[in-house]
Design a protein around this ligand. Structure first.
Ligand code: AP5
Ligand code: MG
Length: 215
């Protein structure tokens, strides 16, 4: 089973992907996380993508597709989080999957209002060590601003400033939302009400995955 999580920034894709990968044994591929790791390492790729990310723009399709090509694994169930984000990426993905006799089985669309995502993103904090995602309002760490698991200080992403969030939402509407009709036409599209609580959203995802397996 191979899954895509599609949705605006802050809709909860990363939160759900981490839970699903852990409980159901998926290989979680988040292009955003991969790019942030490269930026942290100050690698050549990191230097190339940093300015796009800081400005809330999309990284060029050829760079994204190259990164994905190196990660796709023959044997595992893959969960793509935040990829594809353009029609060109979707076409590139479908070609890559075909080459290894795989396909995308479900595209989950995380539906949520702009106001809700802005509220969520400004309160997001992440662990620099294990990548765990917190929210100062809806999912706060137990102790001040340290990770419950690692104890290290949480950080706020550079692109989580309100002006950059607005830009990311605009880019999402223009470049990524056309994927909604693209995948609807392919008949593998499922809408998830992402405004609900974390566990409720997870249960809806799980139910829809099980339905698909039974079909
Ligand atoms: P990326 O890292 O993918 O960011 P994004 O899509 O903007 O999404 P976010 O990670 O901001 O949100 P999310 O949906 O994962 O929400 P989360 O679970 O964290 O990409 C960053 C940048 O990299 C892009 O702008 C672009 O430049 C580049 N990039 C990445 N992929 C690319 C690609 N394919 N092509 C080109 N460029 C690419 O949750 C958000 C907050 O809400 C958290 O605080 C969380 O605790 C809280 N929360 C989550 N769920 C709930 C809930 N149900 N109820 C209450 N609070 C919740
Ligand atoms: Mg994310």
């Amino acid at each position: 089973m191979n899954i895509v999580f599609l949705g605006p920034p802050g809709s909860g894709k990363g939160t759900q992907a981490k839970i699903l990968a852990q409980r159901k044994n998926f290989l979680h591929i988040s292009t955003g996380d991969l790019f942030r790791e490269e930026i942290e390492k100050k690698s050549e790729l990191g230097l190339k993508v940093k300015s796009f990310i800081d400005e809330g723009k999309l990284v060029p399709d050829n760079i994204v597709l190259n990164v994905i090509k190196r990660r796709i694994n023959l044997s595992s169930n893959i969960l793509f989080d935040g990829f594809p984000r353009t029609i060109e990426q979707a076409e590139g993905l479908s070609q890559m999957m075909e080459e290894i006799s795989k396909k995308i089985d479900i595209v989950f669309f995380f539906e949520i209002s702009d106001n809700e995502v802005i509220k969520r993103i400004v309160a997001r904090r992440s662990c620099p060590k294990c990548g765990r995602i917190y929210n100062l309002i809806t999912n706060p760490p137990l102790n001040d601003e340290a990770c419950d698991m690692c104890g290290v200080k949480l950080y706020q992403r550079d692109d989580d400033r309100e002006d950059v969030i607005k830009k990311r939402l605009e880019v999402y509407k223009i470049q990524t939302s056309p994927l909604i009709s693209y995948y609807r036409l392919e008949g593998i599209f499922e809408v998830i009400d992402a405004s609900k609580g974390v566990e409720e959203v997870y249960l809806e995802l799980e139910r829809k995955i099980e339905q698909k397996v039974r079909r």
